[in-house]
Design a protein around this ligand. Structure first.
Ligand code: NAD
Ligand code: ZN
Ligand code: ZN
Length: 360
């Protein structure tokens, strides 16, 4: 069995032999068919998430359950599943107050996958799917319609769900709303698609890379703003000009920087909503007049994994995909071999792809 690991901070990823134990109670082994390359895999390789090297990378995956442990009832061998990093516990304080998308005690496999010398691996987001097989908690497996292309629906496992949910769940976009999305990579473009599905009538795509705006417009943006030569006030003014001078009802920051967040804050209408779905780095600080926070009112939210519930959202979104109502296939920019992940990181950094998907 082989898998792709990040052995130490900043060093290129390696394809190595790994040992995947048979599933114990509550666990499942999944034969991976496809796995998208996400920014977070790169963050792991750079030591930006934790120091628990070596990491077994990959977490946007679809595949077939090949073995289950004792007591597993939610899946059986042969089921087609999308893996998730939100297997909710049902018992923590978030779950008991009926907000399980905030679950503070999500499940992962108890046993460890290892290198052949016994070194324990840390699976990315508790998944580790740049591999032929991976071991997860059975509730990390969400059954979806097996007619769907695994490369497309596997992307629901992380970034695309985060973007769709930032609009549909966290931002609670509704019919007739105006929405602006800052940063049109995979996550931001998914937020545009989510805003359209939710019925937004004005959808403004903002990016400093004009080629990202072409895709955004094809996938649902009604207006685009090339921010490459605009300062913060310029971006705000451009959004206001497209929204009757008021600003947008919901502004989604899919970059995650202080400057883009401030643009989101000021580009929304009074009492509007800001959704932060891009992930900032620990050194980033925000300074903003507190009176503006008070005076402008509204709602300032962050969105982890699009506030999704995999069991509720993955099958529904897969069905919409199969009906031609959700263009998940458009996010698959290229299909690559498991040996090409470093090149995929380069394409991602250059902005050439929404998603590179490894086909195992
Ligand atoms: N919240 C979550 O659960 C979650 C899940 C997955 C990914 N993410 C995060 O979402 C963010 C976006 O991910 P992605 O895969 O779309 O990345 P990406 O690199 O594909 O896209 C980022 C986009 O932002 C644009 N951009 C960068 N700086 C900008 C600026 N100052 N103004 C306007 N546009 C700018 C880039 O041109 C690019 O198009 C990342 O921070 C990622 O870690 C969050
Ligand atoms: Zn819980
Ligand atoms: Zn991810």
């Amino acid at each position: 069995m082989t898998g792709v690991i990040a052995r130490s901070k900043g060093s290129p990823v390696e394809l190595v032999s790994i040992v995947v134990p048979d599933p114990g109670p509550g666990e499942a082994v999944v034969d991976i068919e496809t796995c998208g390359v996400c920014h977070t895999d790169y963050h792991y390789r750079e030591g930006g998430i934790s120091d628990d090297f070596p990491f077994l990378l990959g977490h946007e995956a679809a595949g077939r359950v090949s073995a289950i442990g004792d007591g597993v009832t939610n899946v059986k061998v042969g089921d087609f599943v999308v893996l998730n990093w939100r297997a909710v516990c049902g018992e923590c304080r978030a779950c008991v107050r009926a907000e399980p998308w905030y679950c503070f005690n999500t499940f992962n496999a108890t046993q460890k996958m290892t290198l052949e010398d016994g070194t324990e691996l840390s699976p990315a987001l508790g998944i580790g799917a740049f591999a032929e097989k991976t071991l997860v908690h059975s509730k990390q497996c969400t059954k979806v319609d097996p007619a769907a292309d695994p490369a497309a629906v596997g992307l629901l496992g992380c970034g695309i769900m985060a973007g769709l949910g930032a609009a549909m769940n966290t931002g609670n976009v509704g019919r007739g709303d105006s929405v602006a999305v800052i940063g049109c990579g995979g996550v931001g473009t998914a937020a545009i698609v989510g805003a359209e599905l939710a019925g937004a009538s004005t959808i403004i795509a903002i990016d400093r890379d004009p080629k990202k705006l072409v895709t955004a417009q094809r996938l649902g943006a009604t207006h685009v703003i090339d921010s490459s030569s605009l300062d913060e006030a310029g971006v705000v003014a451009a959004v206001q000009a497209l929204t009757n001078t008021f600003g947008a009802d919901v502004v989604i920051d899919a970059v995650g920087r202080p400057d883009t967040w401030r643009q989101a804050f000021y580009a929304r209408d009074l009492a509007g909503t800001v959704v932060l779905v891009g992930v900032p780095t620990p050194d980033m600080m925000l300074e903003i007049p507190l009176l503006d926070v008070f005076g402008r009112g509204g709602s300032l939210k962050s969105s982890w994994y699009g506030d999704c519930l995999p069991e509720r959202d993955f099958p529904m979104l897969t069905d919409l995909f199969l009906q031609g109502r959700l263009p998940l296939g458009e996010f698959v920019s290229e299909r690559i071999a498991i040996t090409d992940i470093e090149q995929a990181f380069t394409s991602m950094a250059r902005g050439d792809v929404l998603r590179s998907v490894v086909v195992i």
